[in-house]
Ligand binder design. Structure first.
Ligand code: SF4
Length: 360
């Protein structure tokens, strides 16, 4: 691997080229029709780790339930999590609500404009603070996400990993030097144009569409013919694997669910009861007797894998018709829910929703 030869200096013409391209190529998206920091913040948080097409309906539903930062601050946490159901990374939803409460109590319900203040809110890092400050307040604050890192890596032909903290900082500072001035109406457009170029033209994991790119005349990786080989990323640690037996306990048209712990993975969300390890069906009668339940033969089973950031769950779920035999032994945290309640009331993460098909 070579070092970037000239340091990180972004050509001065990049903002003008990208802003002009953006005006005629930007996708129409609901969160681009507003400069309300609450809406922009919400969309940026939803877009982290999540595809644009997935986010749009969630964004609309969330805003219609909680149209203001105050409404979100006052909402019931279960309702917030239910509206996040399926988006994953639920800490984003919990932090959104925590931050909304702080905006209401410490900032009189007005989202702060100072990027340093924005970044003090839970769940907001340099990227989101930069995006909100540039998009809503027209400040020259770069928002460097994976798309922007990729564009920078190729434009400058950076042949070292770009996802390290020092390199992210160097790219952010190089961008800051060429940002349009504050208050001239261009900062937000430039921020969006960089992200949009990464999403539509300077594509990941494939040949970028250089012939359609407004930067092709000044892009070093394109000129060297190595655009598709960049960016370099740091080696990732392998994910830990955990095996789970999931029990879909069905009795009288209802299924047992329980709330997860308040801390840790998928905290405060609902789950089907489960135990670590892959148990054989012969283990179920004794296990369920411990829950005060008598179970019949498994009616069906289904295997699934769910991948989180640091862990991979290998799951096998069993549909077990059962009857309550000893009410006193039934775990007090079990809730027997109908299918309708499961879909309307309880936030069941995707890792467990996969097994709803066992219930028909
Ligand atoms: S010319 Fe190609 S590699 Fe360079 S920024 Fe544009 S799309 Fe990316």
């Amino acid at each position: 691997m070579k070092k970037n030869p000239d340091g990180l200096k972004i050509p001065i013409e990049v903002p003008a080229l990208l802003c002009a391209w953006y005006e005629s190529h930007a996708r129409a998206l609901p969160f681009r029709e507003t400069k309300d920091p609450y809406c922009v913040w919400l969309s940026e948080i939803m877009l982290q780790q999540t595809r644009m097409e997935t986010v749009v309906p969630y964004y609309r539903r969330f805003l219609s339930a909680f149209p203001s930062v105050r409404a979100l601050a006052e909402a019931d946490e279960n309702h917030v999590l239910k509206l996040w159901e399926g988006l994953g990374y639920y800490s984003r939803a919990r932090n959104l609500q925590k931050a909304a409460k702080i905006v209401v109590t410490e900032h009189q319900g007005i989202f702060p404009a100072d990027p340093a203040e924005i970044q003090k809110l839970p769940g907001i890092g340099a990227y989101t603070a930069g995006a909100v400050a540039s998009l809503c307040y027209d400040l020259p604050t770069p928002a460097v996400d994976g798309n922007v890192l990729r564009v920078a890596a190729r434009l400058l032909k950076i042949e070292t990993p770009v996802d390290t903290t020092p390199m992210k900082y160097a790219i952010t500072e190089a961008l800051r030097k060429i940002y349009p001035p504050a208050g001239a109406g261009k900062c937000g457009i430039f921020t969006q144009s960089l992200m949009e170029l990464g999403a539509l033209v300077c594509l990941p994991n494939t040949e970028p569409l250089c012939e359609a790119c407004p930067l092709k005349e000044i892009c070093r990786a394109h000129k060297s013919g190595i655009a598709a080989e960049l960016p370099f990323l740091s080696a990732k640690h392998p994910k830990k694997e955990e095996a789970l037996t999931v029990l879909i306990l069905s009795a009288g048209g209802r299924v047992a669910i329980r709330k997860r712990e308040k801390k840790g993975l998928l905290s405060s969300l609902w789950e089907f009861p489960n135990v670590k390890g892959l148990l054989p069906p012969t283990a179920f009668p004794a296990l369920l007797a411990g829950f005060g339940l008598k179970c019949g033969k498994p009616a069906a089973d289904l295997e699934a894998v769910h991948v989180f950031t640091h862990i991979r769950w290998r799951m096998r779920a069993w549909l077990l018709p059962c009857a309550v035999q000893n009410k006193e032994k039934t775990p007090p945290d079990f809730v027997w829910a109908t299918l309708e309640e499961l879909s309307r009331v309880y936030a069941l993460p995707t890792a467990f929703r996969k097994f709803l098909k066992l219930l028909g």
